[in-house]
Ligand binder design. Structure first.
Ligand code: UT7
Length: 317
């Protein structure tokens, strides 16, 4: 499998730390020091499906393909306005594609899970060109009165087109059921028969525990992949890591012993946009002319579940 196109869209409403200071007991200093985030873009007038469609369109254009060339569409999403139909069905209709589609929810690691599914479909010749769209609005899962969570997240969409090739060198997924450290429950309609306690609350997160799991699992995944592929940490051009917190990114970089220049980041501008973070950062590198054919890239992400995913891929464009 190889990546032949990328695209991304961020909402227009940029919320700075100073704007949050006006209604939360927080400071720019605290947020910057503990997370590296300076601002995040959150949905205001946009609809997530429109952003997802636009990111997908940009990725298709970058790949020189049209919607008719796509054999399968995978959408990675945690929440959106619809429980059903799947967001991928809505995106398919907007694009005018006719291929089958599916939504997956592997939280922030969703892009790597989608790549793994795409790789399998391509290998068994069920599809040639696959469109992956990661579209997320975590700003709608948090309480905007809770300073511990709402300052961390932003919304956005990132997409990638993948096709047949030898460029995916190794991929690793892990899931370890650790549901109490990070969860968000869906509000369900009452029925005349429900007689159990149901307390639907905004996103719950034990930040410190998530932090520790994130750093240790990402380092473990990356080390395994490097040893599997016979690569040294410095053979990698860029480590495209999940953008949740600059301190997490720095810790992973320090454990790996690689230079800052190898670990690009945009968390300072967008906050944590869940599974859209990886394809959006990749799109920034691609469109910014930072990638050359043959460059080796490592992707690594972690999220609620606890899920992790990582891969080594050679840039093919
Ligand atoms: O995709 C996965 C998503 N999640 C993550 O990646 C999150 C991983 N965890 C983290 O990034 C960090 O744990 C946080 C940024 C969430 C928190 O940083 P921390 O250094 O672990 O701080 P803490 O939670 O231990 O809180 C320290 C203090 C507390 O006050 P007390 O109890 O010591 O008086 C918090 O109430 O900081 C307080 N605090 C804040 N203060 C000002 C928490 N949020 C804020 C805030 N502004 N926004």
């Amino acid at each position: 499998m190889k990546i032949i196109g990328t695209g991304a869209v961020h909402p227009t409403c940029a919320v700075s730390n100073e704007m949050l200071e006006k209604f939360l007991d927080t400071t720019d200093e605290w947020i910057t020091e503990r997370t590296g985030i300076k601002e995040r873009c959150v949905i205001s007038s946009e609809k997530l499906e429109d952003m997802a469609y636009e990111a997908a369109k940009r990725a298709l254009e970058d790949a020189n393909l049209t919607a008719a060339d796509i054999d399968f569409l995978i959408c990675s999403n945690v929440v959106n306005e619809y429980v059903t139909p799947a967001l991928s069905c809505i995106i398919q209709g907007k694009l005018g594609a006719t291929c089958p589609t599916v939504d997956i929810n592997a939280a922030c690691a969703g892009f790597i899970y989608a790549m793994d599914i795409a790789d399998d479909k391509i290998k068994c010749k069920k599809a040639k060109n696959i469109l992956i769209v990661c579209a997320e609005e975590p700003s709608r899962m948090v309480s905007w009165q809770n300073r511990s969570t709402c300052v961390l997240f932003g919304d956005g969409a990132g997409a990638a087109v993948v096709t047949e090739g030898d460029e995916l060198k190794a991929i690793r997924l892990t899931t370890s059921s650790l549901t109490e450290v990070l969860y968000y429950q869906r509000h369900l309609e009452p029925t005349p028969y429900i007689n159990k306690d149901e307390n639907f609350e905004p996103l719950v997160m034990k930040g410190r525990e998530v932090f520790k799991h994130a750093v240790s699992s990402s380092c473990k995944d990356i080390r395994r992949l490097l040893s599997q592929t016979g690569l040294e940490p410095n053979d990698i051009k860029y480590y495209v890591l999940h953008q949740a917190n600059k301190r997490i990114i720095d810790s992973i970089r320090n454990f790996l012993g690689v230079d800052e220049s190898k670990v690009p980041h945009n968390v300072e501008r967008y906050g944590n946009i869940s599974s859209a973070a990886l394809p959006a950062l990749l799109d920034e590198l691609n469109r910014g002319g930072k990638l050359q054919k043959g460059d080796k890239l490592v992707f690594s992400a972690f999220g609620a579940g606890f899920t992790t995913g990582a891969c080594v891929i050679e840039w093919a464009k």
